[in-house]
Design a protein around this ligand. Structure first.
Ligand SMILES: NC(=O)c1ccc[n+]([C@@H]2O[C@H](COP(=O)([O-])OP(=O)(O)OC[C@H]3O[C@@H](n4cnc5c(N)ncnc54)[C@H](OP(=O)(O)O)[C@@H]3O)[C@@H](O)[C@H]2O)c1
Length: 230
């Protein structure tokens, strides 16, 4: 009897709710083994039936000690896909004159610096030739698309992520890297009036990431695979 093909492996960082949880469910449905990180235990997320395909781990991306311990636990793993999804919106309705140094530092650390620091280490765990590393960005971070400056602080954090990921890609030319725009999605961050549901966005992004395996290069793509201008 032919041996069963091994499951593909995906790591989702920031999987407790919203798009991270949606991507976790989508890749489980596709038969992957999913390593999903959360900050605190999640209950009632509908993952019970997949317990054989799922490894839950804990990570706050801003906590260097937790990151080191997590990376030590991941040693020896080989991932087909790594998705750095964790992110925050930052202080809502605050302008530059009101936002505190702590708030702005937390926003930039979470959305730009911590993902790049993790990428540097997690790139070593990607499957050679076909592995794909994804940063969860946003079209709001596009200087060209977001010309009217919606959500400027959040947009600046995603522009910073894009900028740093370009430098990261230049230093890691052998990798396939995708910056994703998930669309405007109904999550805690996206709000109730967003036009897209999590399932549609997650399915689209999973298709995009699978289609990039082995392609090389660095692109900014939305959940339908359309190029987003930097
Ligand atoms: N929703 C949209 O329309 C939209 C559009 C463009 C881009 N995005 C991006 O998509 C990603 C996911 O957004 P979402 O809409 O799903 O937001 P969400 O519902 O607010 O979920 C955010 C996720 O990030 C995690 N997270 C936040 N800070 C973290 C930290 N320091 N360490 C580890 N995990 C952390 C949260 O974990 P906890 O549960 O522990 O807080 C949660 O799992 C973000 O990067 C966001 O900027 C979203």
């Amino acid at each position: 009897m032919a041996a069963k093909p091994e499951r593909k492996q995906v790591l989702i960082v920031g999987a407790s709710r919203g798009l991270g949880l949606g991507l976790t469910k989508e890749f489980l449905r596709r038969g992957y083994h999913v390593t999903a990180t959360v900050r605190t235990a999640i209950h009632g997320a509908g993952l019970e039936e997949y317990y054989q395909q799922l490894t839950l781990d804990t990570l706050d991306i801003n906590n260097p000690n937790m990151a080191e311990a997590f990376l030590a636990r991941m040693k020896g793993h080989v991932f087909d896909l790594v998705v750095l999804n964790a992110g925050i919106y930052g202080p809502r309705d605050k302008g530059l004159d009101e936002v505190t140094a702590e708030e702005i530092t937390h926003l930039m650390m979470t959305n730009a610096i911590a993902p790049l620091r993790l990428a540097e280490r997690l790139a070593l765990l990607l499957k050679p030739e076909t592995g794909v590393l994804a940063f969860m960005s946003s079209a709001l971070g596009s200087l060209e698309l977001n010309a009217n400056d919606a959500s400027p602080l959040y947009a600046a954090s995603k522009a910073m992520l894009n900028r740093l990921s370009r430098a990261f890609a230049a230093a890691h030319e052998y990798l396939t890297i995708v910056n994703l725009h998930p669309g405007w999605v109904r999550t805690d961050m996206g709000g109730e009036t967003a036009p897209l549901d999590v399932e549609t966005s997650a399915k689209g992004m999973a298709d995009v990431l699978e289609s990039r395996a082995g392609s090389g290069g660095h692109e900014f793509l939305d959940y339908r695979g359309k190029i987003v201008p930097w």
